[in-house]
Ligand binder design. Sequence first.
Ligand code: ZN
Ligand code: ZN
Length: 408
Amino acid sequence: MLTTCTNVLITSSLLMTGTVEEGPAWYRGNTHTHTLWSDGDAPPEHAVKWYVDNEYDFLVLSDHNLMQQGETWFEIAKGGRLTPEKVEGLGRDFGEDWAETREEDGKTEMRLRTLDELKERFESAGDFILIPGEEVTDRYRLAEVHINGLNLAGPIKPQHGDSVQETIQNNLDAIIKHGKENDRQVLAHLNHPNFRKSLGASNLAEMKGERFFEVYNGHRSVENERIGDRPSLEEVWDRALTMRLRDGAGDGGLLYGLATDDAHDHYVVDAVSVPGRGWIMVRADSLDADSIITAMKKGDFYASSGVELEDITHDGGTLTIHIKEDPGVQYVTEFLGTSLGEGDVGTPGQVLAITNANPASYTFDGDELYVRARVRSTRLHPRPYAEGDLEMAWIQPVQPVKEDSKGD
Ligand SMILES: [Zn+2]
Ligand SMILES: [Zn+2]
């Protein structure tokens, strides 16, 4: 899927070259999926094919603590994770000669395709890329600390630490250092904070050097929503933003939210973690890992579980969201933020405005620490995390530009 932005001026490039050069475009991608290389249930080519067939532009296979490299053989067994039926399926999809098998110690095994082989088979300029990645999977006591590293040159080991926060930071630091050492754009995102009640708002607030987390993860055991007095991930987001921007926690600055699949189950549509639940749309100059990550670092992306946007603009005074409308579907946009005006106590994540308009826009009064938005549609998610989920989009937070700093 590739949607050209509506607000891109092409006149100058047209005059210069005589051909129409497209400006930035929206690219759809998922940065969190597992395969047989770790605890997923599918050979990687089966997993990748679904994303190619379903209009994604990029995908990160993020297996636990490894990348899809080297010669690895996987046992084919009835009742196992790689069944004879799955291997037959590969024959139908990729040709009878595709699966490489051998007999070893009385077992039949299939060789897992490497990332290089998958890139060779699936990548197509401007249409689809695989971005190398890993879910660096660590733990401090009972707290699960999982961080995805995107566009890695090779695997990174979990770094451990003497506290939850140190474990998070050590892994973030290792990913950042890896990028510098290999001279490439990398990005780290903190995964499913509510999984096993592992992480809270202060953990997100205190992150340094990197600022991304999953506000929506499609795996049904990660608890994105509020349960009892444990806040939802959107509430965690608002609290952490407030701690960073008001109180100077971590290295300050905005925190950005992703939606991901965390897919492990690639065969049964209504399983615990399937492809197609949550993704990001990134407005990048072109479809390559560097451009995608550069755009994300600027906050030029949004998270989606079905709602598609045509444009997001922020001129310092007004945040405007242009929704791509589908017939028969209604959309409600809520603007949320933390306000520090007279009489405000800085309650995190108040609803500042609600509108049915399209475009939906919010004009800052100047007292907001930040404003973010969420668009809810009236259409049911076809592959829901929970029954009854509606398709949504989450727009990244922005800060008002103060009058006295305009034009600097
Ligand atoms: Zn995880
Ligand atoms: Zn995962």
